[in-house]
Ligand binder design. Structure first.
Ligand SMILES: [Zn+2]
Ligand SMILES: [Zn+2]
Length: 369
């Protein structure tokens, strides 16, 4: 190669590199691993043009990648094929079409299907043949799903009607055909259904049920509902095992619903309190406690307990940000060295109906003349 040709080649290479680097960005959406598990971010209720969605399956994988997800299930409706003049009604196709791009981008892709009777809908994940459910009522479809070794959850329990433990759901549950429930579907949280998670030992899910391009339904991508999965391995088998073992939490719009163990683990791993030793004198009666949050889940703090002579400010520790908590001595503050345990209620992290996570921050306070 002549020097001129080689410099032309180098220039071409530079242009290629620039093109490939500038192409797409993934929001890392960092969430800590907890309790020895990998925390995977999933959306297990997604539609494509193969039923009444408006988006090609490959685009769903790219949306998930850009928005920081690790796992998605394509779950098109049985018996709903408005695009049939243009698109096949074969429900194996969404998974087959999306598989190569999922592999390329490292997204765990799960074959799912949405089965229904009236307003009662369920998603079956990990099905081997999504076409086998055509024309079946819910109970028959759920039995078929069990025969295919599927993981099944009840979708949007309050869709078009107030949530109730409907007879059809009850009998499917009695037959052990339902494993989980969407506590969150889209931007809706079903508070009436929340007690059933513990009562019936259901797996918690939060899914988008997206039909349009994701950016049309969630202008702020970080408000998208996500099922947090605490998995042993970052693959489809790991997701399946965690779903069956009820190791999940629901996350939507800055709020999280899940077991205390996992939510407390988030707090423990996310928070770095700055200087925790404070000296007050007659002239200095106030101080600032800085708290850094390394991850994408914010914490809304309400002061639950302090000592009578110390006023503590509260507020939000933003996602991947730093909060300044104000401390102020009150009149009767005693001189000397004190160990104080501040206790906060985290009002956006819910461990049970009407019960939020409680966290503690130890500080020392020295008061001199
Ligand atoms: Zn539905
Ligand atoms: Zn749906």
């Amino acid at each position: 190669m002549t020097p001129a040709a080689s410099s032309r080649a180098a220039a071409r290479l530079l242009i290629l590199c620039a093109l490939s680097l500038g192409a797409q960005m993934r929001d890392p959406l960092p969430v800590p691993d907890v309790s020895g598990f990998r925390t995977l971010k999933g959306d297990f209720h997604i539609h494509t043009v193969f039923s009444d969605g408006e988006v090609w399956p490959v685009t769903r994988v790219e949306e998930a990648w850009r928005q920081g997800l690790d796992a998605i299930a394509l779950s098109d409706h049985v018996n709903v094929h408005p695009h049939e003049p243009d698109v096949s009604a074969d429900l194996r196709r969404p998974y087959e079409v999306a598989r190569a791009s999922a592999e390329r981008l490292g997204i765990i892709l799960i074959q799912g299907v949405e089965i229904a009777e009236g307003n009662l809908h369920c998603n079956a994940l990990f099905v081997s043949d999504p076409n086998a459910f055509e024309g079946l009522g819910l109970q028959a479809a759920l039995r078929k799903a069990r025969n295919q070794d599927a993981f099944v959850f009840w979708n949007h329990p309050g869709w078009k009607q107030a949530p109730r433990w409907f007879p059809l759901i009850a009998s499917a549950y009695e037959e052990k055909l339902i494993n989980g429930m969407e506590l969150v579907n889209g931007l809706t949280f079903y508070s009436e259904a929340y007690p059933w998670i513990e009562e019936k030992k259901l797996t918690i899910l939060a899914n988008s049920d997206v039909h349009a391009p994701i950016a049309f339904e969630y202008h702020d991508p970080r408000t998208r509902p996500i099922t947090l999965v605490f998995a042993r391995t970052a693959d489809a088998g790991g997701v399946r095992e965690a779903l069956l073992a009820r190791r999940t939490a629901a996350w939507m719009g800055g709020e999280v619903w899940g077991a205390e163990e996992f939510l407390n683990g988030f707090w423990e791993r996310s928070i770095e309190p700055g200087k925790a030793n404070f000296r007050f004198t007659r002239g200095t009666r106030s101080a600032t406690l800085q708290i850094r949050n390394r991850f994408a889940i914010p914490y809304l703090l309400h002061v639950a307990k302090t000592v009578s002579w110390l006023a503590v400010g509260a507020g939000e520790i933003p996602a991947e940000g730093v909060a300044a908590v104000s401390l102020a001595l009150l009149k009767d503050a005693p001189e000397g060295m004190h160990s104080v345990e501040l206790e906060f209620e985290v009002t956006n992290l819910h461990v049970a109906p009407r019960r939020n996570l409680t966290v503690r921050l130890p500080i020392t306070v020295e008061i001199t003349e």
